[in-house]
Design a protein around this ligand. Structure first.
Ligand SMILES: [Zn+2]
Ligand SMILES: [Zn+2]
Length: 557
């Protein structure tokens, strides 16, 4: 029976370009998972969008002397273009700037307010006497009370990832002019997070299947005790507060960004022409997965579940497979220092599948991992081109030359050939289990191991030698490898969708891998094969030095 799988993916701030850390952290794993579940015949809804509110946007707009909306529009267009080129198959990628999003946010806000989960209280708000303005958290900078990082922001520490209250920062200063701010009392709304402490703790109890880091981070916050958090700020850019006298306040971005998962689902349903189509993805029978970086764990395993518990009637996260961080050439990624590989820049010059391969094979799903151009070059040339692409090309070209371009009749298969065919079947079964449990790095390793095994078999069998003396033996080995290639086009599809669809066509199949589903599609002897083109392009050695020297050259400033 088909399942309903909801996939929420972190909302990127539309204040700068996407980099490989974003892709490896959330977007690629989410896409692999969505493609896998679609092949399995499950109903999938994968949504996200540009986070267009929040002070990172206004800071950028002020720096460039343009409006926040201009900043947002520029990057939103770039994001959409990148997803399309990289093959990130969102069902909807929207923005938090829609009327629908405001309405859904207001609905959640008012629901929580009515039941007392949101209340009004005074809080101290920073004010810069020199800039003569109130300073939202991102406009504050200081030393992190947890790890001592000297450039921690007022809402969160970039270094240790812990959320912060601005008044906890040491050596507090205005981000714009470095003046020490003063604090003034201001009335704001608070989420009564403390009242969900017990309910959240018992909800987390049966989440032993979560990734170790996600579970330990969540438990650490629970052990420290959850504190109520202000959810409004004195700002003029963001979702309005649906209460009288709040014209100069906006809902704080972390509160409304997570609501985006729900509002995007409703927007998608509306676009389907069925306003209720989102419901099966948000009831108890559905499974919801949230793909995020580890710096977002708190918001997805505690805050969003608390909001859903308070509001009622909506499904809580089933899993939050947060990834660790990706380093670049051994160093911590930093957009402000330009230590990043920008996604749009990559896609202007290279194909999408080699990047998808490199990031999936090094996916930071169980620990931090590194991207380097040397390793990218090696993986492209030694694994994609030499192991996988050349296997496809050699066997298909051989079949065209010697078997009239059709799948040969194998005759009786010997033990060795049967063993390889069993291995192909076992590969799909094995990967099924790994993909289901979000073990992407392990799954792509299993697929590549099958390609390696097929190469060994081809070298042993040497059909180019037997074609004259023993044509039946040659036919058998070519048939066996074609069978394995049919398994590989499905096995690689969630990871390498572009080349998988091409291989599907080279093997003489019509339609698409996507329509065939997660099964080993058997090649009937006599099926007409198509002329193959190289699946992957060999890259020149010089790109390693060239590309490495570009890192750090362009910051997002
Ligand atoms: Zn200032
Ligand atoms: Zn810190």
């Amino acid at each position: 029976m088909s399942e309903h799988i909801f996939i929420g993916v972190a909302w990127p701030y539309a204040n700068g370009p996407l980099h490989l850390g974003h892709v490896a952290g959330a977007y690629l794993p989410a896409d692999i998972f969505a493609r896998y579940h679609r092949l399995k015949g499950n109903e999938v809804l994968m949504v996200s969008g540009s986070d267009q509110h929040g002070t990172p946007i206004t800071i950028r707009a002020e720096r460039e002397s343009i409006t926040p909306q201009e900043v947002v529009d520029r990057y939103h267009r770039q994001f959409v273009d990148c997803w399309q080129k990289l093959g990130i198959s969102f069902d909807l990628f929207t923005t938090t700037g829609t009327l629908n999003h405001s309405q859904v946010t207001h609905d959640i806000f008012l629901g929580l307010l009515k039941d007392g989960y949101i209340y009004k209280d005074e809080m101290l708000q920073a004010y810069c006497p020199k800039c003569q303005r109130s300073l939202p958290d991102r406009y504050l900078e200081g030393t992190c009370p947890h790890c001592g990082f000297t450039k921690a922001r007022g809402d969160e520490c970039d270094d240790c990832g812990k959320p912060i209250n601005p008044s906890d920062l040491k050596d507090l200063r205005c981000y714009l002019c470095s003046t020490t701010p003063r604090f003034e009392s201001s009335e704001h709304f608070f989420l009564r997070l403390s009242s969900f402490q017990d309910e959240l703790a018992s909800w987390v109890k049966d989440k032993a299947y979560w990734r170790r880091n996600v579970l330990s981070t969540t438990r650490r916050f629970l052990n420290e005790g959850l504190r109520d958090r202000a959810i409004t700020r004195d700002l003029n850019w963001g979702v309005t507060v649906p209460q009288p006298g709040c014209e100069r306040k906006r809902i704080y971005v972390w509160f409304e960004a997570v609501v985006g998962y729900l509002s995007a689902s409703k927007e998608w349903a509306n676009l389907q022409g069925n306003d209720n189509a989102w419901r099966p993805f948000w009831n108890d029978d559905a499974k919801s997965y949230y793909f995020i970086g580890k710096d977002n764990i708190f918001f997805h395993t505690l805050i969003w579940p608390a909001m859903l518990m308070g509001y009622g009637g909506l499904d809580l996260p089933y899993d939050v497979p947060a990834n660790e961080f990706l380093t670049i050439e051994g160093k911590k990624l930093s957009t402000s220092r330009g230590w990043a590989v920008w996604l749009h820049d990559y896609l202007e010059r290279y194909d999408p599948d080699p990047l998808r391969y490199a990031l999936a094979a090094n996916m930071p799903d169980s620990g931090d991992s590194d991207f380097s151009w040397r390793e990218f070059h090696r993986q492209n040339n030694n694994e994609l081109v030499a192991t996988y692409g050349n296997l496809v090309h050699r066997v298909l070209t051989f079949a065209h030359r010697n078997f009239n371009g059709v799948v040969p009749i194998p005759g009786e298969l010997d033990g060795r050939s049967q063993e390889l065919i069993h291995k192909a079947e076992a590969t799909l079964d094995n990967m099924d289990d790994l993909l289901y449990h979000c073990s992407f790095k392990a799954a792509i390793g299993v697929a590549m191991a099958l390609a390696r095994e097929a190469n060994r078999y081809l070298d042993e069998q040497a059909p180019w030698k037997t074609i004259k003396s023993e044509p039946q033996a040659s036919a058998k080995s070519i048939y066996t490898i074609l069978y394995v290639l049919s398994a590989l086009k499905t096995a690689f599809y969630p990871f390498l969708p572009f080349s998988s669809e091409r291989l599907h066509s080279f093997l003489g199949f019509d339609g698409s891998v996507k329509e065939e589903g997660w099964r080993l599609q058997v090649l009937p002897p006599g099926q007409k094969l198509r002329q193959p083109q190289p699946l992957f392009v060999k890259l020149d050695d010089s790109i390693v030095a060239q590309e490495s020297s570009r890192i750090g050259a362009v910051s997002d400033e």
